[in-house]
Design a protein around this ligand. Structure first.
Ligand SMILES: [Mg+2]
Length: 386
């Protein structure tokens, strides 16, 4: 693919390997949880269906996990407080999250997808989304294969999916979002820039609200503006990420399609039954979640370097704080103490709705299989109730 960027490139950049043509599909199930519920309960087809927390006639807490396209017409969307969803459409069918069922269906779908992958080039991204690399550089063949995949999933699971096809993961991912539901979007290698250029920068994975705002302040709103911007200025503002962002804006993504079997982080969250600003309740709860998170880390067999906490206030204003300790640890006291310290800054400001603890920068504790467990014996067991 010809590079259209006009700005200077980084020195020591690895040799361009764009001569290697790849055909990558991102298969994303449409409205996955609520569609599964409709397969289970056919009487719900065509109705607004909301899967998530119990709305308790508008007083319920927690959020919408997913909802049907009919529910979206009422303005309901994932992540919205369930009480708001209830106000928008009290007649919607509200169902609890049945994760065990969705995981079972997901495993069957992933098996189908894996069967189409060339030399195991398969990468599950989430419960309802996966990349596969297929063995053809002919995009017409690719579209036939994509249609077969959609058909097989529909026949076997009665579920619809959207597929994006591109020469790399970035393009396949963005393409998959273009024509939901039941979409198929193909971006041939020569059409990548034309496809990306008019899009807002937030389409690029990794550009969140904060980066989007900073870029806007620099006069960059579209991918075209990002790719033609002076890379030196991007780097002075964002460091290495400045280069990467511009590469992505140029449609360059050489990351491989492969399963990432490493656990990146473990975390636990708690939504209070009632919003609270009581320091005792908040600190006791963070202590409890820190212990649960630590236990999850042990189950997975990892050591951590970073502890972070999340705090969501009553008005949904959400903050995270993280601290890295500079060495690998499996010390439960560190998890508890750092979590409490990090959360303290938020106590007394507004009422808190949700708190969470996460351990990241993990490394497998596999140098000696037993070492982590020996360590626990020395430390003593972790009690949930202190
Ligand atoms: Mg999906």
């Amino acid at each position: 693919m010809a590079r259209n960027c006009t700005t200077p490139r980084r020195i020591n950049k690895p040799p361009d390997s764009s001569c290697r043509t790849r055909t990558i599909l991102l298969v994303d199930m449409d409205s996955f949880f609520s569609s599964i519920e409709m397969v289970e309960h056919p009487e719900l087809v065509g109705l607004p269906v909301v899967v998530g927390a119990d709305p308790k006639e508008g007083t319920g807490r927690g959020v919408v996990s997913t909802c049907s396209y009919e529910a979206r017409e009422y303005g309901i969307h994932s992540g919205m407080p369930i009480s708001k969803a209830y106000r928008l459409c009290p007649d919607a069918r509200f169902l609890p999250v049945d994760m065990a069922l969705y995981q079972t269906v997901s495993r069957r779908i992933m098996k189908i997808l894996q069967s189409y992958a060339h030399e195991d080039k398969f990468q599950k991204v989430s419960i309802d989304e996966a990349f596969i690399e297929i063995k053809t550089d002919n995009f017409e063949d690719a579209s036939r294969i994509a249609l077969n995949i959609k058909k097989e999933i529909l026949e076997k699971e009665k579920l619809i999916s959207s597929i994006g096809i591109g020469p790399n993961k970035l393009v396949a991912k963005i393409a998959s979002e273009m024509q939901k539901p039941d979409g198929l979007t193909i971006v041939a290698p020569g059409k990548v820039q034309e496809f990306l250029d008019p899009m807002p920068v937030k389409k690029i994975p990794g550009i969140g609200k904060k980066t989007e705002k900073t870029l806007k302040g620099m006069g960059i709103e579209t991918i075209r503006e990002l790719r033609t911007y002076d890379v030196r200025k991007l780097v002075s503002g964002f460091g290495k990420w400045g280069y990467q962002m511009q590469d992505l804006a140029c449609g360059i993504d050489e990351s491989e399609v492969k399963e990432d079997l490493t656990v990146k982080s473990v975390g636990r969250e708690l939504t209070f039954d009632e919003d609270t600003s009581d320091p005792g309740v908040i600190l006791d709860s963070i202590d409890e979640i820190a212990c649960e998170t630590y236990e999850a880390l042990l189950d997975a067999g990892y050591l951590f370097r970073t502890v972070s906490v999340k705090v969501r206030f009553e008005d949904f204003d959400t903050h995270t704080r993280a601290r890295s300790i500079g060495f690998l640890s499996c010390d439960p006291e560190l998890v508890r103490n750092i979590s409490k310290e990090l959360v303290s800054e938020f106590i007394g400001k507004k009422k808190i709705r949700l708190i969470g603890v996460r351990l990241s920068n993990l490394q497998k504790a596999n140098t000696r299989q037993t070492s982590i467990y020996e360590f626990i014996q020395v430390q003593g067991s972790v009690n949930r109730k202190q």
